[in-house]
Design a protein around this ligand. Structure first.
Ligand SMILES: Cc1ncc(COP(=O)(O)O)c(C=O)c1O
Length: 374
């Protein structure tokens, strides 16, 4: 039987393996592991790729969000608006700072928050909004992105799954005040371990983040703030800088795979509310498809069927954030955010990685066809 994983990282290794080994050997020989020239060079390359003046490498996507909120001095008494459907980190960082996560429902097509969903949740205590660009598609906060910071809460984009995605021609990082991404290995730009970055338009906040990531000190041992150890390793930076060169190509191939699925499902007459709904893309060219997520009311059955046929799938995420036990004190109940809740019951991510072979792709499509037509 075949075995097709949800993500095959080994398949892309061939394209950069030799260069990564050389770069890692150079780091080892230099014995310069923390910050230093490798991190600076990667930050400059990432900033240039993003068409921003700079980017700040940090220890993970979670720490990117945490340090961004710390730079904004988010704390007890403050509210931060976040989608009810995201990875836990988006909510966890808010709670860890003693602030209150204020959940809002998501759009049924994109699974992202919108201006219409966010605006009614803004109060005098709202310090920040974190739109999550889920699965690789940018959240559209409409006119909120245009307003000056003095007239709205701060906007921290969570682009952990969406490095390089766009909204009407603008890359993430150019929309809010700060933007956070993750280099967790399964992300479109994945390292050999944990890593992340903060970038964006607000240079003053980025400078503060550079200080916060080294325990708030500048120069060393002179502490302006109580920061933390949020540093990116030189070894990660060395690998990430090489992989960055492939990022556009990989995203393009993910789009090709997504498009092929859409066409195949349409040709097989599988697209209907009682069968499956392919992911909605506002603009195919602006989506980076960290995940290709279909929805179907027969999700669990389909997942077991595909598992038996050797096809790996994932559920992002089986439960929404507002009903997680750790947030029970906030008083949310099942039914508060029906769109997010239903999505959690119906979504299923299929393999979309750039190196997915035509044969494997066909096998997945045939399996899904067999499931719905038999
Ligand atoms: C939407 C979102 N936010 C934040 C994170 C946290 O990133 P990391 O795992 O690098 O800490 C992730 C990672 O899965 C994510 O998907």
């Amino acid at each position: 039987m075949r075995s097709i994983p949800i993500l095959d990282l080994k398949a892309q290794l061939a394209s950069y393996r030799d260069r990564a080994l050389i770069a890692m050997t150079e780091v080892m020989d230099s014995q310069y592991f923390i910050m230093g020239p490798r991190v600076n060079a990667f930050e400059a390359a990432l900033g240039e790729w993003l068409q921003l003046s700079s980017a700040v490498g940090v220890s993970s996507g979670t720490d990117a969000l945490l340090v961004a909120l710390m730079a904004l001095e988010v704390g007890p008494g403050d509210e931060v608006i976040i989608p009810a459907k995201s990875f836990f980190a988006t909510a966890g960082v808010v709670a860890r700072l003693g602030a209150t996560p204020v959940f809002v429902d998501v759009d049924a097509q994109t699974y992202n928050v919108t201006e219409a969903l966010v605006r009614p949740a803004i109060t005098e205590r709202t310090k920040a909004i974190i739109p999550v660009h889920l699965f690789g598609q940018t959240s559209d906060l409409g006119s909120l992105y245009q307003q000056p910071l003095t007239e709205r809460p701060a906007i921290i984009e969570d682009a952990a799954q969406a490095l390089g995605s766009q909204l009407r021609g603008q890359r993430t990082g150019h929309l809010g005040d700060l933007c956070c991404t993750s280099f967790f290995p399964s992300k479109n730009l994945g390292g050999f371990g944990d890593g992340g970055a903060v970038y964006g338009r607000d240079e003053a906040l980025l400078e503060k983040i550079r200080i916060l990531r080294v325990h708030g000190s500048k120069p060393k041992y002179h502490h302006h703030y109580v920061g933390g150890n949020f540093r990116l390793d030189a070894l990660q930076a060395a690998v990430l800088q090489i992989k960055l060169e492939f990022l556009d190509e990989w995203a393009a191939q993910r789009r090709v795979n997504a498009h092929r699925y859409n066409e195949a499902f349409a040709a097989l007459d599988l697209i209907s509310p009682d069968r499956l709904t392919p992911p909605y893309a506002r603009d195919q060219e602006e989506h980076v498809y960290n995940q290709y997520v279909i929805r179907t009311p027969r999700r669990d059955e389909l997942q077991s069927f595909l598992r038996e046929r050797g096809v790996g799938t994932m559920i992002y995420y089986p439960s929404p954030l507002h009903t997680q036990p750790c947030f029970s004190e906030l008083g949310y109940v099942d039914g508060d955010f029906p769109v997010a809740e239903r999505a959690c019951r119906e979504v299923l991510a299929l393999p979309v990685y750039p190196e997915l072979s035509v044969d494997d792709f066909q096998y997945i499509v045939d399996s899904i066809k067999y499931f719905f037509h038999s």
